[in-house]
Design a binder for this molecule. Structure first.
Ligand code: KG4
Ligand code: ZN
Length: 353
């Protein structure tokens, strides 16, 4: 079964074709990052307009063969952005006379480790052989630990109570004058610092929420994170140093950045370990833009090895938002093809709903 997947939930206009859920036939991603850079974050109206301008070309370039179905992200995400993809997908499905399949963006991120390129052979891991799994969806919009007892079933075990990990990286980079998005530059600076540390890491808070706070909404505190205290600690540190420029002049940016990254990585590692210990998992499935982080990859590898589970990470090109994850997961959802005209966007669509 050959599926065209369309993704426009945030700041990437993307389309891809995937065969039988895993083999990526084509993958086209137009990123809007340069458009949003001047604002230091994603502006919904700018995103929507750029999706409208690019969707036709992106889909055309991805359409390298006939397809049996069209899949599209219908949530969660930015409403005006999601609408562009959904409307395009409806038109295509109707025009081609094929079914439309609506896909949850976060669940799709957890499909990325299973995608493979034909040039690399048949791919090492099939979803069916990797369950039960603990899913970690970690991106600019989401940070959640998800129980996957069998493929296609999802239940949130824990999540961030405020900022997503990627957002925490982006906000820190903005505060320190390092540009947008923050994740890649923080990763690079930290890597250089950690290779030859000039000074000790600053002990920033590791984002453990207090037991019983109402924001937990019934989830256990040891499986949730909160990055607001970390952000405040960084702000205080910058202020005490006399501002970001003074910090830079003192050559302190690398140490501060590496310490901040370490706090996020250790927070994520700690919750992941706790979640793994609560279940009997075969694998740890990780997806989302922040899973590109080199330090996080290394630390999760240690955690997974210690807990006796296989760590399944996506290829770098499938970590950020893309259409292949949408087309791929749709194969496993083919029984749920929707009436094309009845589907609507759901900006706050929940995992497992
Ligand atoms: O998955 P994604 O492309 O979009 C969302 O669904 O949010 O993730 C984007 C996020 C941004 O916050 C970006 O700063 C972060 O992923 N990111 C990274 C790295 N590369 C991208 N964070 C940490 N380390 C990286 N190397
Ligand atoms: Zn995403």
């Amino acid at each position: 079964m050959v599926v065209l997947g369309i993704e426009t939930s945030c700041d990437e206009t993307a389309a891809a074709i995937v065969r039988d859920g895993r083999e990526v036939v084509s993958n086209v991603v137009y990123t809007q990052i340069p458009l949003h850079r001047p604002y230091g974050g994603v502006v919904p109206e700018v995103a929507s307009r750029a999706h409208i301008e690019k969707i036709g070309e992106v889909v055309k370039n991805a359409m390298t063969c006939p397809v049996d179905a069209v899949a599209v992200t219908y949530g969660p995400g930015l409403s005006p952005a999601l609408l562009v993809g959904l409307n395009a997908a409806k038109g295509l499905a109707k025009g081609l006379g094929v079914p439309l399949i609506g896909i949850n963006h976060i669940e799709a991120h957890l499909h990325t480790p299973f995608l493979f390129d034909p040039a690399d052979g048949a791919g090492d891991h099939a979803p069916e052989e990797s369950m039960p799994a603990l899913g970690l969806a970690i991106s600019g919009g989401h940070t959640a630990w998800i129980d996957m007892p069998e493929y296609g079933r999802y239940e949130i075990l824990g999540q961030t109570l405020d900022d997503a990990a990627g957002e925490a990286f982006d906000k820190a980079a903005k505060m320190l004058g390092l540009g947008y998005p923050g994740g890649p530059v923080v990763d690079k600076i930290s890597k250089e610092f950690l290779a030859a540390p000039a000074g000790d890491l600053i002990p920033f808070p590791k984002g453990r929420p207090r037991d019983g706070v109402s924001a937990l909404a019934g989830l256990p505190a040891d499986l949730c994170v909160s990055f607001s205290g970390l952000k405040t600690a960084l702000l205080r540190h910058v202020q005490r140093a006399g501002g970001a420029e003074a910090l830079a002049a003192a050559g302190e940016i690398p140490r501060v950045v590496a310490s901040y990254q370490e706090a996020i990585v250790q927070a994520v590692a700690d919750r992941t370990r706790a979640a793994l210990r609560r279940g009997r998992y075969r694998s740890l499935v990780v997806g989302g833009g922040v899973s590109l982080n080199s330090r996080l990859r290394a630390v999760l590898a240690v955690v997974a090895a210690k807990e006796g589970v296989e760590l399944l990470l996506a290829k770098p090109r499938y970590c950020g938002d893309n259409g292949a994850m949408i087309a791929g997961l749709a194969f496993y959802r083919r029984g749920e093809a929707e009436n094309a005209m009845a589907l609507d966007v759901n900006p706050s669509l929940e995992v497992g709903s």
